[in-house]
Design a protein around this ligand. Structure first.
Ligand code: FES
Length: 273
């Protein structure tokens, strides 16, 4: 999260200070952080998050948006997990549900509807949706592929993984393929460093009922392209490690330590007290 905020700040500073000679030359508002390059045109892209709302067809305050009847039931279920005077605690699960229902991204009216449901000012929902990079404020592919860009994955080849994906799909980061099937984004550490490099596939192809969010680990540029091909054929590739010599997070060739069943912890005999 911190790196996302730093990236956002970098964009704000960049927008404010980019100059040509002495004249200020602000970036067009349509430029995404992912498209920023340095003077040599070789800077790594940053976050894929959209920083500000621009009313446009399909994402306008004039649109109607509501949860589907099935999801309205799920909204009630989610709200029941929180005290009645803390309904705002449900903002993240409700945004997640809205994103699943809306094909992987959250239009402004979905945020406004959530604000109405939980009884807060819309800005409170906007703040959450734009802070967390797992919420998309612009359309993504039916399969949104997020490459982990944090140090352990980067050292194990995540940049090559991303380059292979972008090259195979013919897109830039944040862009959706012409058939609407794929987009590529970046996430920070997803807690799977021991199996680096890894990506997550958020599958919005089956609506909120069939939504899945699977990790694919121990990737190579070749294997990640094969994954895309399998997804394109409508298959769900086996998630987890893609190294056939490993079981889950265990070492190649089997365990070398902790070979016996550990003893249970010593418990107090409460009856003897
Ligand atoms: S650095 Fe990629 S999962 Fe932790």
């Amino acid at each position: 999260m911190r790196s996302w905020r730093l990236a956002s700040r970098a964009v704000a500073v960049y927008r404010a200070t980019q100059t040509t000679g002495s004249a200020l030359r602000p970036l067009p508002s349509t430029v995404l952080p992912s498209q920023i390059q340095n003077q040599d045109g070789v800077c790594r892209p940053m976050s894929t998050a959209l920083l500000m709302h621009r009313d446009k067809p399909g994402n306008s305050v004039k649109d109607d948006w509501d949860f589907s009847p099935e999801n309205t039931e799920r909204v009630k279920e989610i709200l029941s997990n929180y005290p009645k005077n803390y309904k705002q605690s449900a903002s993240i699960p409700l945004l997640d549900l809205a994103q699943q229902q809306h094909g992987g991204w959250i239009p402004v009216q979905a945020m406004n509807r959530i604000a109405q449901i939980i009884g807060v000012a819309p800005i409170r929902v906007y703040e959450v949706a734009t802070f967390y990079s797992m919420f998309n404020r612009q359309p993504v592919g039916k399969y949104h592929l997020m490459v982990c860009g944090t140090t352990p994955c980067m050292l194990c080849g995540s940049r090559e993984i991303e380059d292979a994906l972008l090259k195979h799909l013919g897109v830039t980061r944040g862009e959706v393929t012409k058939d609407g099937l794929f987009s590529v984004g970046e996430m920070e550490c997803m807690g799977c460093c021991v199996n680096a490099p890894m990506i997550v596939v958020a599958d919005y192809s089956k609506g909120s009922e069939g939504y899945s969010y699977n990790y694919y680990e121990d990737l190579t540029p070749k294997r990640v392209v094969e994954l895309v091909q399998e997804l394109r054929q409508g298959k769900t590739p086996k998630w987890g490690t893609q190294n056939p010599k490993r079981i889950n997070c265990g070492p190649e060739g089997g365990n070398t330590t902790l070979l016996t069943t550990p003893k249970p912890p010593v418990c107090r005999d409460l009856d003897a007290c």
